[in-house]
Design a binder for this molecule. Structure first.
Ligand SMILES: [Zn+2]
Ligand SMILES: [Zn+2]
Length: 171
């Protein structure tokens, strides 16, 4: 989805569109879209700057930090971005520092790539840690088994070396 700044008038341009999973490349982030993401908002063109704001609604499949199993999560990501001409970039960057959730970019070639903006916003909002359940037991460090599903016994053998002799006796 591209906004062409040459044909964009002075009145706000409202958009509401969907992006299919294959249109957003989250490769290497251990995350992918479960279904099309919806993006709704508006773009307002000023002299040296175009403001874009809206909300992304997406369902993502991400990995549990502990056991690496896929988990589905719904995200509602509000965003606010300013696209400025190269001459105004330094000044706008200062404004970005003062406004916490504002994202400032340079306009390249008179167009704004909303797909790229959406991709960046999703990446920024991916949680650093996410768990499939609060008490996820994670993977066994020894054998790699998912300890939520399998009781692999590695830990027991590790914890009780005292019994090893006795076990050998029985074997
Ligand atoms: Zn887990
Ligand atoms: Zn194990």
């Amino acid at each position: 989805m591209i906004i062409d700044l040459i044909i964009l008038g002075s009145s706000p341009y409202e958009f509401d569109f969907t992006l299919a999973p294959e249109e957003i490349d989250l490769d290497g982030e251990d995350a992918k879209l479960k279904r099309a993401a919806r993006v709704a908002g508006k773009a307002v063109k000023h002299i040296a700057q175009t403001d874009v704001e809206g909300t992304i609604s997406a369902e993502l499949e991400i990995e549990c930090t502990r056991c690496l199993q896929p988990i589905d999560r719904e995200f509602e990501i509000p965003f606010k971005a300013a696209f400025v001409t190269p001459e105004n970039y330094t000044q706008a960057k200062e404004a970005e520092l003062n406004a916490e959730d504002l994202d400032v970019s340079i306009i390249e070639g008179n167009e704004i790539d909303l797909t790229e903006l959406v991709r960046e916003q999703i990446l920024l909002n991916l949680p650093e840690q996410v768990f499939c359940k609060e008490d996820c037991k994670g993977l066994c460090e020894k054998c790699g088994a998912n300890r939520n599903l399998i009781n692999c016994k590695c830990e027991e053998t590790e914890i009780d070396p005292r019994w090893k002799g006795l076990k050998d006796l029985f074997n």
